[in-house]
Design a protein around this ligand. Structure first.
Ligand SMILES: [Zn+2]
Length: 394
């Protein structure tokens, strides 16, 4: 974390080649879903309780809170009990008023993953972990099997939740979850490397329960360049072949972590809207992790949804004030209907609040001048509408 802050500070303060070369010489370890570190890295920064006005409390009670990206599946704690570490578990999602949460599955992460230039061939901490933690042997050498194993982890939690969490795969599943006031969980793959270069694995991922397919994570893969990779290239021929097949299968495309060239290529060929599940906005906070205003605008203009994150590399300072300002900036830039929450809770990052404290964000957004309709849209309605439209019918 220290080295990450040094890079962010260096880039923000001087933006010189010299500063960048320092960061390249000693790549910043990125926390944004980079395991395995102790769960204690998922700190909640100590703070006084956030004020919640009476108006905010009343409004929050009417909002189906929805979030496009969180990583509790990376860790080994029990999500059915209220933990005093990390950001998310079922009790805290319920306290926060959540109706929907996307659960990310990380299947490969190079040892020196960093926001600036990650070498894809530099080992794989997820493969190391599969061995060390005695995951099924088939996961040891297969990115696909590790993704499916991650999906199975959420299925186990669903089963043990006795109806408090439901993995939704279809529009009907989501409708029923909303009706029954059960938290809807959607499985998201952090990168499409689990396809292992085969179009036929799109169906395998779909059958495994995934409904959101990220294209890249920290490194360039078979589909194209990562935002943090070496090539910064666009979609490869394989990547171009995946998009229509994945859309036809019923998967929603996520370009969080993709190079900007991949973002523009994807918008050009995708028939359906896409999402950026967790990001910051360069025009608000200029870090190597964040996406340019132009690329995010292209996603929004294509009908897509942008999830604003809460951690340091996304909003510069992980504070309620900065998260609020980043969301207000996104609403002005992209239009209220294209902005959602993309916390990156439990992504190996320190957060200004946890999932139980979402009413504080509702209150802060109202105090910042957003009208009630806009706050409801950003806090959940946009994401609910999006998945109600683009999840498969059956
Ligand atoms: Zn991520």
């Amino acid at each position: 974390m220290k080295s990450l802050r040094r890079v962010l500070g260096g880039v923000a303060m001087t933006a010189t080649i010299a500063a960048l070369s320092v960061s390249l010489a000693a790549p910043a370890r990125a926390a944004d879903e980079r395991p395995p570190t102790p769960d204690s890295v998922n700190r909640v920064i100590p703070h006084a309780p956030y004020p919640v006005s009476a108006r905010a409390r009343a409004l929050h009670a009417t909002i189906p809170v929805a979030d496009l990206h969180a990583d509790p599946l990376l860790w080994n704690r029990d999500l059915l009990i209220r933990n005093n570490i990390g950001h998310i578990d079922i009790p805290r999602l319920e306290e926060g008023g959540f109706a929907l949460q996307d659960f990310s599955v990380v299947s490969k992460s190079p040892r020196s993953a960093n926001y600036v230039k990650t070498d894809a061939s530099d080992g794989d901490v997820m493969a190391d972990r599969a061995r060390r933690e005695h995951w099924p042997r088939k996961t040891w050498n297969s990115v696909l099997q590790r993704a499916l194993y991650g999906a199975d982890k959420l299925k186990g939690i669903e089963k043990r939740s006795h109806g408090r969490l439901r993995i939704v795969r279809t529009k009907g599943d989501l409708r029923r979850s909303l009706h029954d006031h059960v938290i809807a969980g959607i499985l998201l793959s952090e990168g499409a490397h689990p396809l292992e270069g085969k179009l036929s694995n799109i169906k395998v991922m779909y059958d495994g329960g995934f409904r959101v397919l990220g294209l890249q994570h920290f490194f360039d893969n078979e589909l194209g360049g990562s935002l943090h990779g070496e090539s910064h290239g666009g979609l490869t021929p394989f990547g171009k072949a995946v998009i229509p097949r994945a859309e036809k299968q019923g998967l929603i495309i996520d370009v969080a972590h993709s190079s900007e060239a991949v973002v523009f290529d994807t918008v050009a060929i995708a028939k359906r809207p896409i999402i950026v599940s967790h990001t910051g906005i360069k025009g608000y906070c200029d870090t190597p992790r964040n996406v340019s205003d132009a690329a995010l605008k292209a996603v929004a203009d294509h009908g897509g949804l942008i999830g604003v994150g809460y951690w340091d590399a996304a909003v510069c300072e992980p504070t309620m004030k900065n998260v609020t300002e980043a969301i207000v900036y996104a609403v002005k830039l992209l239009g209220a209907e294209h902005v959602a929450l993309g916390s990156d809770f439990d992504g190996g990052v320190a957060m200004p609040f946890d999932a139980s404290e979402m009413a504080g964000l509702t209150s802060s957004l109202l105090d910042a001048g957003l009208d009630e309709k806009t706050v409801k849209m950003v806090m959940g309605e946009n994401a609910i509408r999006f998945f109600s439209t683009y999840l498969p019918s059956k």
